[in-house]
Ligand binder design. Sequence first.
Ligand code: ZN
Length: 309
Amino acid sequence: MLNQINGLHHVTSLASGAQANNDFFTKVLGLRRVKKTVNFDAPHVYHLYYGDERGHPGSVMTYFPFEGAKRGTPGTGEVSVTSFAVPVGTLGAWEARLQDLNITGVTRDERFGQSRLIFRGPDGDVFALVEQDDPRTGWASNGVSSDMAVQGFHSVAMRLHDTGSSAELLQFMGYEEEGTQGSVRRFRMENGNGADVIDLEQIDTNPARQGAGSVHHVAFSVPDKAAQLEVRQALMDTGYDVTPPIDRDYFWAIYFRTPGGVLFEVATDEPGFDRDEAPEHLGEDLKLPTQHAHLRDLLESKYLAPIED
Ligand code: ZN
């Protein structure tokens, strides 16, 4: 069993519009936009990162907004719910806030003894806020006070045709099975970074088709490149097909497809989002990867409509 992984690093999803996406995460959920850059493989598309003050691993939700993209079709082999942690006793205030802001699909339930508020993002993406005791400090902005601010991820839930092989993989990665509620199995990373929980839900339905509102991949945190290489080797020894480390400017990434169909990434905590911007100005300027820097004028004039904050 591996011991290098600390929990989630980031979750990356697809959207149909940059402005609506930005408004939802900054003005509704009150996260901080910690980076405004572009998709490495499609530089005409933004890559927007939202998180806590510094974009600490375990807090970072990222999006590729393909303008006008069709919505995905939910199904198996994908993340079904992305959950954020909020302080105990704040779900009532959040429920009122989401209703005031005309957010759709707002419902309350309980899972594994924790109160949960479920709601939808601009592309039908399913999110939840979960009350838990959590030492992490959220970013207070846009009417979200520090005593109710989102503290980072609580969990992702994956919807799978069969949870068996993914459960084995999570246990190999260092997660322990904590319990079962209905068709959901809960796994937890002990002594993780706070974003410690993965739920696996077994359901007999068609495979998902990705589009706007779908989660593209889930990234797990390792401290540095040495730990990442150890994880990569161990996964390859187990039979996984893992990419070489790829420089993503703010972290190094390796990717592999899980047996259940979800794309996993293992990302380093270094160098972080302040490598090219002062901490007080994170996310303000358009940052381009070196290989796309020469495209700035074209991208800004033709493809990347300015985002109003
Ligand atoms: Zn990623």
